[in-house]
Ligand binder design. Structure first.
Ligand code: NCD
Ligand code: ZN
Length: 340
């Protein structure tokens, strides 16, 4: 039995850091584990321009503990009115690492997202030309589509046609939750990858709905049935370079979650790496953990791997019931790994 594992320092390829007081409270949790993170731009108002991204990056850096060594990688929030020139200039200036497609209305602060792919055609062509990755929240928003089907329908209606039209576009299918998405990413003849969250590896939809409604297990895309969770575990631990770590840690204050209309999002940043390690251990795949956590992401993003290392040891990590005013993922549970 492996009792300790040392890997290159991991990165988080999908993270919500928020702004203001929340940013100040949460960012150190990510910096404790990760060297870099792709920072999601769905603030209110969203980060739509390179100037806004520069300013947000400064606020993140100012909120970091001293000598954290943590680098935020910024993303552009695409809208129907996005300016291709500004996004490419931002990419060339090292401000933007990627741009994020939120279908309008799909999730938290997505009201200003894209209403039809045709509206961002010019931006996508420019991104394809310079190799700037498109990060996709892959759910349709049509009222007549069941919420549990929205990811699978997105593949057929939006993603597959987009790849056919623009085969050179580099895409990350974010926080995949279905066997359909895994199969699509596995077999697509394109430069496509996917992030997988810790919560979608641990929980299925029962966690949300059995024994009472549990708002802290509610996120978007919503957790699916068990067969999908098992497909995600296989994808994450199976050794394909197309799958890598992205927590989608999305903190909301407790009152905003425990509400008649609770916000979507799971705050998993505090113990994300321990949570993922537990999954790889359960799947007898600890030898593949470094690839998922620390190698596949940089390879896709064409960035260097981190040179320093972290060590995880078998041992108890007790997750508190509350961190600040936010209920963390695994609240009250004990994880089987500790980070040195
Ligand atoms: C995210 C948030 O709160 O910003 N929520 C979530 O459930 N994942 C948005 C998102 O990534 O969909
Ligand atoms: Zn997210």
């Amino acid at each position: 039995m492996t009792d300790a594992i040392t890997i290159r320092r991991p990165d988080d390829w999908h993270l919500h850091l928020r702004d203001g007081e929340m940013l100040a409270k949460v960012v150190r949790h990510s910096a404790r584990q990760f060297a870099r993170a792709i920072v999601m731009p769905n603030l209110a108002p969203p980060v739509t321009t390179s100037d806004a991204a520069r300013a947000y990056r400064e606020r993140i850096i100012a909120a970091l503990p001293a000598a954290s060594g943590f680098t935020p990688l910024m993303t552009a929030y695409l809208t129907d009115d996005s300016d291709a020139g500004d996004i490419v200039a931002g990419a060339e200036a090292g401000v933007f690492t990627a741009a994020k497609l939120y279908p309008a209305g799909a999730t938290t602060n997505s009201a200003q997202g894209v209403t039809a792919i045709a509206n961002i055609r010019g931006v996508l062509e420019a991104m394809e030309k310079v190799g700037l990755p498109l990060l996709v929240h892959g759910e349709v928003t049509d009222a007549d589509i069941d919420i549990f089907d929205r990811e699978a329908v997105f593949i057929d209606r939006v993603l597959a046609p987009l790849l056919r039209d623009m085969p050179g576009l580099r895409i990350v299918f974010e926080h995949v939750t279905t066997a359909d998405a895994v199969a699509f990413v596995d077999s697509a003849d394109a430069d496509i990858a996917a992030t997988i969250t810790p919560h979608h590896l641990h929980i299925n939809r029962n966690a949300m709905l059995v024994g009472g409604i549990r708002p802290h297990a509610y996120c978007l895309p919503v957790a699916k049935r068990e067969t999908h969770r098992l497909a995600l575990r296989k994808a994450a631990t199976g050794g394909s370079p197309r799958f890598f770590l992205g927590t989608d840690s999305a903190p909301h204050e407790r009152a905003a979650k425990e509400s008649a209309c609770g916000c979507a999002g799971i705050f998993n940043a505090p113990f994300a790496i321990e949570s993922y390690a537990q999954v790889f251990d359960q799947e007898a795949a600890l030898d593949r953990f470094e690839a998922f956590a620390s190698l596949n992401g940089p390879a896709f993003y064409r960035l260097p791997v981190n040179e320093d290392r972290i060590t995880l040891r078998r041992g108890e990590t007790k997750v508190p019931d509350l961190i600040g005013d936010v209920v963390p993922f695994h609240a009250g549970d004990t994880l089987g790994w500790t980070l040195d």
